[in-house]
Design a binder for this molecule. Structure first.
Ligand SMILES: [Zn+2]
Length: 236
């Protein structure tokens, strides 16, 4: 095989590896962001519960205050009953007391219902708090793992980059330029195998003359359709 072609194949292996490492490196910050967002969403849910609880408590306190006023009013009316002279006034006040009692009863029921809601919310909040704590632990652990992986990838990238430099140094400049041009336009793959008479890049059937040229292995031969450089796989 053409010696330069052999080197191109080796270089491409290294370049594809570099592409993979770089894309993994690029994905890590997004992964970390996703984890943070997940945690913030859980946090927001808990905050919502807390806000709802505060609203319930404010509402309940105002009802309790209303209840107290109502009770005092009733007490006052009860004592007034004894001082009344006419039957008419007596009946009217009795009616007012009855209505007041009913109203007091309604307020008490409302307060009880709110207390029940608060209890349910408190249970819910407790679960959310536990979930959040768990989530925090999980997110911290995963983030650490991702950061460690990023470090390893960066180190790996440096190592492979120096390997890449060495490989490039052994390739003639005009061949390297051609290789780079194809790689940029063809998804990073510039050198492809000839497989059963087909181009390993674009899968087109290659003319016999071209196949012969590849078999000879003297010059660099390109697929006429995708322009990728062809090589013969070992043993074929
Ligand atoms: Zn092709």
């Amino acid at each position: 095989m053409n010696e330069q072609l052999e080197r191109l194949i080796e270089l491409q292996e290294v370049d594809l590896l570099l592409d993979r490492i770089r894309s993994e490196i690029d994905q890590i910050p997004q992964e970390i962001d996703r984890l943070k967002r997940e945690f913030e969403e859980s946090q927001a849910l808990l905050n919502e519960s807390k806000k709802k609880m505060a609203e319930l408590q404010v509402g309940r306190k105002s009802k309790e205050l209303e209840l107290k006023t109502k009770e005092e009013e009733l007490k006052k009316h009860q004592s007034e009953l004894f001082a009344i002279k006419t039957n008419e006034a007596y009946t009217a006040l009795l009616k007012e007391i009855e209505e007041g009692k009913q109203l007091k009863n309604d307020i008490e029921n409302t307060v009880l219902a709110v207390l029940e809601q608060e209890d349910a919310l408190l249970t819910e909040e407790k679960i959310k708090k536990e979930e959040l704590a768990k989530k925090k632990e999980e997110v911290t652990k995963q983030q650490k793992e991702l950061e460690d992986r990023l470090q390893r990838l960066k180190q790996n990238l440096q190592e492979v980059q120096s390997e890449q430099k060495q490989k490039i140094a052994n390739i003639k400049s005009e061949i390297f330029k051609r290789y780079q041009r194809i790689r940029e336009k063809k998804d990073g793959v510039a050198v492809v195998p000839l497989t059963n008479g087909f181009c390993g890049g674009c899968s087109i059937a290659l003319p016999p003359q071209l196949i012969n040229d590849v078999l000879k292995g003297e010059d660099l031969v390109a697929c006429r359709n995708c322009l990728r450089i062809l090589y013969l796989k070992e043993g074929k």
